[in-house]
Design a binder for this molecule. Structure first.
Ligand code: FES
Length: 629
């Protein structure tokens, strides 16, 4: 009988996800975009991933009974890293201290810096005394006495006398730092909102916040409609290089997408666009430049050069954003080449400046960005991993949408998870990593990446797995789903060339990591933490990523998921001027390492394409559950 997916809802965000019975709560939370604290790496020893079952039930793991007080276990508290979804629909409450975003910092052992709400945009209600014969100071001086020594742009100075006299000398001043942005009738000081935007190549995520309280009001995401101009940044840059007018077109497309998000956010939170005063943008260098209307052509040839490095502050109205006409846009600082504002935002969110031990931040995507923090300095690089992780160039690959095999476990038979609990259509990046890691463990794939024929496979491999090895054109492929099991009625294979594509993608990231480590004389074992950022990084099984060499060979308790770090960094910059200053400091302390200019890269890359011969076994449990035959 086919297992049915179970709905799991996470409070207080209300985000829901459907997963199969047997899935770890921690994994279900990750799929719902809810990131939990996991300082012990999911070993069940720190208790930081504690959650409470509000509706439904799950058996308490022995680790929870050891760590949590009996009355908490009784009250429904469980460790998300040790608890499995059962047959029943669940509502789970995530206490503030278990939420990743509530953490003062991510790197263990470096507490002391939380975020203080100090947005750049503030509102002040004022009530002025009308001029008298004894007090005939200017209107501007009168306003400054009430709201501080603000700079008043000429356009507002022209409005000021009429505004004060027609509103009985009271109103609300909208300020950007010490600059007056606008004057509003009445007391509107509670109505100040801003939007943090993670402007990705494929997806745009917007989060609406109250600037008065720091509260998250709504989140929305959509596909970046620029994909119509090409899936990756290189094709969009080429478009600009080859077509007059393409830059304006791409810019308008980005602006329209953000306007659509703003509309949706406003509708779902009941907030009027005229009360939105600031937009913060964090994107890769190509996305940020296209959004600003800055020509990214120089990123299309060596040496890869950006137009700007320090943060930009622009007028929302000039860009065509449908928010308050006085609103501003903060665009994140950039590091160099393809290392852009999303990486700086990720560094900010990961609190890399607080790393006591060497720390590595990796955002795995078509373009892998890697930052190494060591001794208060940072090195950052990007590496062209190609689209294998997104399922492209994989023979039966697809994005992680309904019908995609997203998880593969090998026991005596093949167990699969398919998104949407339907018959499989193809495989996505996480399943590709799983399949190769599992076949390496069984000895069916060797270190060079070759899928062995049934005759060459070492003894001990179960017959049902051997029966899945098929030969075609002198190569061996592995049947993941048989013809009768797939949506199309055709088998779904892991093809030999898929393994080669994965080796290229993995090798590029690993070579980047190795070169950064070597430049400062470190070995992988010296790393205190590896932080995985980005949508893809959140869904991979750490043990499998480590098995194929995508992650360094360090113990699992040092490998942490940090969620959508670019979004979180954008949020920090929206809510705190101090965080913006920190972002700028991080940028200035970061050296951009251009791998294309590194003489060792090609050799390093060639070596990194070999799979590691062994693995640490501390995370084995993580990926061997939650899949079905
Ligand atoms: S106890 Fe669950 S992550 Fe540490």
């Amino acid at each position: 009988m086919k297992a049915e997916e179970v709905k799991v809802t996470f409070q207080p965000s209300g985000r829901s996800v459907f997963v199969l019975p047997g899935t770890l709560l921690l994994e279900a939370a990750g799929r719902a975009g809810v990131v939990l604290q996991t300082p012990c790496g999911g070993r069940g020893t720190c208790g930081k991933c504690k959650v409470r079952i509000v509706a439904g039930s799950c058996v308490a793991a022995p680790a929870a009974e050891r760590i949590l007080p009996a009355e908490q276990v009784q009250a429904g508290y469980r460790l998300a890293c040790q608890t499995y979804v059962e047959q029943e629909r669940l509502v789970i409450d995530i206490p503030a201290e278990s939420r990743f975003e509530a953490a003062d910092q991510i790197l263990t052992g470096h507490a002391d810096r939380g975020m203080t709400l100090r947005p750049v945009i503030t509102k002040r209600f004022f009530r002025l005394a009308a001029p008298t014969k004894l007090d005939a100071g200017s209107d501007a001086a009168r306003l400054r006495a009430a709201v501080g020594a603000v700079e008043i742009p000429f356009a507002l100075l022209r409005r000021l006398p009429g505004f004060l006299r027609s509103h009985d000398w009271q109103g609300t001043a909208v300020l950007a730092g010490n600059r007056l942005l606008g004057l509003e009738a009445g007391d509107t000081s509670a109505q100040a909102y801003g939007v943090a935007v993670d402007l990705g190549t494929t997806t745009v995520v917007g989060t609406l916040f109250s600037l008065a309280t720091g509260e998250e009001k709504a989140v929305s995401s959509m596909m970046n409609p620029q994909v119509g101009f090409g899936d990756d940044v290189i094709s969009r840059i080429s478009r600009v290089r080859e077509n007059d007018g393409a830059l304006a077109e791409l810019q308008q497309t980005a602006v329209k997408a953000i306007n659509a998000l703003i509309r949706r956010l406003g509708e779902s939170a009941g907030v009027h666009a005229r009360d939105m005063y600031e937009i913060v943008i964090a994107g890769n260098s190509t996305m940020q430049q296209l959004f600003c209307g800055l020509d990214p052509s120089a990123l299309g040839e060596m040496p890869f050069v950006q137009v700007f490095d320090g943060a930009l502050t622009l007028q929302a109205a000039t860009l065509g954003l449908a928010v308050n006409p006085g609103a501003e846009v903060f665009v994140f600082p950039q590091i160099g080449g393809f290392v852009g504002g999303d990486t700086v935002a990720g560094m900010l969110a990961a609190r890399l400046d607080h790393a006591g031990r060497p720390a590595l931040l990796i955002d795995i995507g078509t373009n892998g960005e890697i930052v190494l923090a060591h001794d208060g300095r940072f090195q950052a690089t990007s590496t062209a991993a190609g689209p294998a992780f997104e399922g492209a160039r994989i023979v039966q690959g697809m994005r992680a949408t309904a019908g995609a095999i997203e998880k593969v476990v090998l026991r005596d038979e093949v167990l699969l998870n398919v998104i949407g609990n339907t018959r499989p259509v193809g495989i996505c990046g996480t399943a590709l990593i799983d399949a190769v890691a599992e076949l390496l463990r069984k000895g069916i794939i060797d270190e060079t990446g070759r899928i062995l024929s049934a005759a060459d496979v070492p003894p001990g491999v179960p017959d049902p797995l051997l029966a899945r090895l098929t030969e075609a054109d002198g190569q061996t492929n592995f049947v993941l789903a048989r013809a009768g099991e797939s949506a199309s009625g055709e088998p779904i294979y892991l093809w030999q060339k898929d393994v080669r594509e994965l080796q290229l993608a993995t090798g590029a990231i690993r070579a980047g990591v190795n070169i950064l480590l070597r430049r400062v004389g470190l070995a992988p074992g010296d790393l205190g933490s590896v932080l995985l950022a980005g949508a893809f990084g959140n869904f991979i099984r750490r043990s499998n990523a480590r098995r194929i060499g995508l992650l360094p060979q360090i113990s699992g308790d040092r490998i942490h998921f940090i969620g959508n770090a670019a979004s979180l960094g954008a949020k920090l910059a929206l809510l705190s001027a101090d965080e913006r200053e920190c972002a700028d400091r991080l940028r200035r302390k970061t050296e951009h390492v251009d791998l294309s200019l590194d003489p060792e890269f090609q050799m390093e890359f060639g070596m990194a394409m070999m799979f590691p011969s062994e693995e640490l076994d501390d995370l084995a449990r993580e990926e061997r559950v939650g899949a079905r035959p």
